[in-house]
Design a protein around this ligand. Structure first.
Ligand code: GLN
Length: 475
């Protein structure tokens, strides 16, 4: 079942060894066998089978698109016309998308097959998928452990081969952290590389959609199809989209920085530290220059991230009022009780915590002390990250301080949960792209990833070095 890449599968389909329809059938079987992992909120069985037959017919006439044969799942915060979308929240129970997200339009136009809707933390707020109104997702490598979050369903769907790839969204690590916990590849593109049109917003100056896959090649292909200018999202760059798949061969020696404090940080599992050191040596032995740099903001990044994202969330989530769409309380009898009761009943605990924190940091008495200050800290993080990337091509760091933790272990301790993001928030704070590659395993057999970051819009080079490092660590 495991094809090393979509391109390989496409060769087999073209050679008549298999068909889109039988690929979809096998994924549907896997979904059925892995129901208990709770990765899918909804499976579009018939629709996917019908589309597969249509695309098989296109193969006959050679008219198939770039992603023909790609069976993909969508995180439940990405709009897919005529299908439900709820951000795993009760407040949007039963709500159907009335248009396609731009990324969905683009995938469909290249003949991808959408197989279903994937569980996630409510409104993408979380690092364990325990905040979903529709239950936990289980890590397929050890079902007593979390898959990471918030794109936990996306990661497990790819991990357990219930689809070939999935889309997630990443605000502070929600693609890369679950990728690390499940042994899959995950990418957060540069802010502005991929359209957010049709993505249910969490923190708009951070959110990006990206792929979770079983190979770098698939990631390159999917990014290429999704990326680029979109009239519907003014934050998308007009930068031309390169041919990422052709850029995968790294040429020449690179300069790679690693942040001293990240490797020395106390909370880092020593096995992850050893693995980082091995990666540094492996890159050096290939002739790359790898050097430690100072970036003394590790302690500030998570607080800064949470001040800014809760502020943005409190504003973005104001639209779920019970008036226009989504859940409306049956006990409401006037305007105020409609707001209050609908939101009280509809939102989960973590979402409420963040709306309140965000409202607090934006309140007139505290605005300067928190929001303005966090904006300044973000500027400094951006500036000093850019400085590193002036003299280096890439930054290497672990994706997560450890492999997946047990279900329930951190659910009563929001601060411990927030610290799971320590290595993933730098990229979205700075706006730069980052990839997590599955290279490590802790003694208990659980996977973890290494992360590479580059300058804005340098995804081509980033994919290339990620592939090289992955191959080096596999040896
Ligand atoms: N764990 C982080 C949070 O809860 C990241 C979430 C995300 O990237 N959507 O905010």
């Amino acid at each position: 079942m495991k094809h090393t890449s979509l391109l390989e599968l496409q060769h087999e389909i073209a050679a008549g060894n298999t068909s889109c329809r039988s690929v979809v059938e096998r994924y549907l079987q896997n979904i059925d066998q892995n129901k208990h992992l709770n990765a899918f909120l909804e499976v579009h069985s018939n629709e996917a089978l019908e589309r597969a037959s249509e695309i098989d017919a296109k193969y006959q006439s050679g008219e198939q698109g770039k992603l023909a044969g790609l069976v993909i799942g969508l995180k439940d915060n990405i709009s897919h016309k005529g299908h439900r979308v709820s951000a795993s929240s009760k407040i949007l129970e039963g709500f159907e998308a009335v248009f396609n997200a731009t990324v969905v339009d683009r995938l469909l136009a290249e003949d991808a097959i959408v197989i279903g809707r994937l569980n996630c933390d409510e409104f993408a707020m979380g690092a364990s998928n325990e905040n979903s109104a529709y239950g936990n997702v289980l890590n397929a490598a050890d079902e007593t452990r979390v898959p990471g979050g918030s794109s936990g369903g996306s990661a497990v769907a790819v991990q357990a081969e219930m689809c070939m790839a999935a889309l997630g969204s990443d605000t502070g690590g929600s693609i890369r952290q679950p990728a690390s916990f499940t042994g899959t590849f995950g990418m957060k593109p540069t802010y502005g590389r991929v359209s957010r049109w049709g993505l249910l917003a969490y923190a708009s100056s951070f959110d990006q959609i990206g792929p979770i896959t079983n190979s770098i090649d698939d990631m390159a292909l999917i990014l290429e199809v999704m990326a680029g200018k979109d009239e519907r999202d003014a934050t998308v760059s007009e930068n031309p989209v390169p041919n990422y798949i052709n850029a995968l061969e790294v040429s020449g020696k690179k300069r790679i920085a690693y942040i001293r404090d990240c490797v020395e940080s106390e909370g880092l599992n020593p096995e992850v530290r050893d693995h980082m050191n091995k990666a540094i040596e492996a890159l050096r032995s290939e002739g790359h220059e790898v050097e430690a740099v100072d970036f003394p903001y590790l302690d500030y990044m998570v607080p800064c991230y949470y001040v800014l994202t809760t502020a943005e969330a409190s504003s973005n989530l104001a639209r779920y009022s019970g008036l226009l769409y989504g859940h409306r309380s049956e006990d409401a009898n006037d305007l105020e009780s409609t707001f209050k009761l609908s939101r009280t009943e509809g939102f989960g605990e973590e979402v409420k915590r963040r709306i309140m924190a965000g409202t607090f940091v934006l309140s007139s008495d505290y605005y300067d002390a928190y929001y303005t200050k966090a904006q300044r800290v973000r500027r400094i993080i951006q500036r000093d990250t850019a400085k590193i990337l002036d003299s280096f091509d890439f930054i290497l760091l672990p994706t997560t301080p450890d492999s997946a933790f047990k279900i329930g272990e951190r659910s009563d301790d929001p601060i411990a949960m927030y610290l799971a993001d320590i290595f993933t928030v730098q990229a979205p704070l700075a706006g730069i792209p980052a990839i997590s590659i599955p290279t490590g395993e802790t003694g208990n057999g659980m996977p973890f990833g290494l992360q590479l970051m580059s300058n804005n819009f340098e995804e081509a080079g980033l994919l290339g070095i990620a592939k090289e490092l992955y191959n080096l660590m596999k040896k």
